[in-house]
Design a protein around this ligand. Sequence first.
Ligand code: AHR
Length: 499
Amino acid sequence: MEAKLSVNRQNTISKIDKRLYGSFIEHLGRAVYDGIYEPEHKNADADGFRKDVKEVVAELNVPLIRYPGGNFVSGYKWEDGIGPKETRPKKLDLAWRSLETNQVGIHEFAKWAKEVNAEVNMAVNLGTRGIQEAVECLEYCNFEGGTYWSELRKKNGEEKPFNIKTWSLGNEMDGPWQIGHKTADEYGRLAAETAKAMKLVDDSIELVVCGSSTSTMPTFGDWERIVLEHTYDYVDYLSLHCYYGNKEDDLGNYLAQSLDMDRFIKTVVSICDYVKVKKGSKKQINLSFDEWNIWYHSNDQDKEQAPWQVAPPLLEDIYNFEDALMLGCLLITLLKNVDRVKIACLAQLVNVIAPIMTEKNGDTWKQTIFYPFMQVSNYGRGTVLTSHITSESYKTKDFDEVPYIETIAIHNEEKEELVIFAVNRSEDTSIAFTFEEDGFEMESISEATELAGYDKKDTNESNHELVTLSIKTDVVLENDIISTTMKPLSWNVIRIKAK
Ligand code: AHR
């Protein structure tokens, strides 16, 4: 089988907003407690955060981390997480039926995020709370001084404002499971008034309003339209959430689900633009895909967890090789839509549906999905080139035409580099792949790697990272054409020095 990718320097989709490679840490399971924060661990720093975990997080180069939820935020009182740790209350977390000790709050998390070189995307509670608490939280975080909340921040040890720029107006408010679930009109009104007040406190912030929890929600479409009709003038981004899984053990169909992500994005873009026209607005609403990943392996085991534990092992999906390929397809899909998707958060980062796992008192290790995310986050910077792809296709239960090859090319102007990301979805056939460009001068291959040759169900575990990258040795640059073979079921990254 053959496939060809062609690009032209003049033909681009958009520059990549670095926040496309964001992630997410929720007060859920072992993400915070016994994840990033474990004061008794031998590698803990003076604040109780694990240095070994910080090092692995830094490898992923995530520029933005959404916090503190997720479903958790809809019952959260941010004030419980400030002040002396010994006086912070222990509370019920109703979202995950766990116990929240509040030993980590805004101060601790903001400091940790800075240390891993990330900004915070702070979510406010629009489930059980409202405008006043959101505005106070923003004043506490971003106001210079001289007011009750900004002085309290100083008293609690932070002289300078945290200066948090990206804020989320609640979480999945369309979902009946959400604490304080609302209709689109109820949420739209509250989000608009909260957004308006927040921008009066600090007009430099950017606001994300909740879209649907998934594209299969019965209210999908109407929810976006109604919420935007209320909030259009006050918000900057509309959120999308989606999780995939090979629930029917049908690999061809599973790997095709990135086409569903593409369709979801394009549909939401149309709704944003419909409301724009309806309002006669000049403003464009962009998208924040602030929860995306694979989530299905842990569903059954989670039902067995007893309630009201501190840091129970929830949502601890162990990812296999096919999940890494799927993650690669999803990343390429996000890149194809960077003209409108400006923010995206891989949900989540540590222990909870995560690329990074930790053991209590033990090691940290990388899941299979760590590798495609790490590569795209580090090398997928710059401008996405419009791809012209020729590839044979296959048909699945849910999709009529699925290209065997999923691929994209990026131009990193700063590094003078062209980068190709590609997945071969075929289970049994290699693809003779060629890459042609117009307008560049390709000099040499700087690096070529693959994730290939594993059993589709192979997983990594602590002290045994079976699925890792290997060097691709067959990439050739000749007569201005790159050629290589992409193995069946493979994730491929080729970096080319190019002027
Ligand atoms: O990421 C896990 C959960 O998935 C989040 O808390 C929620 O927003 C979504 O349903």
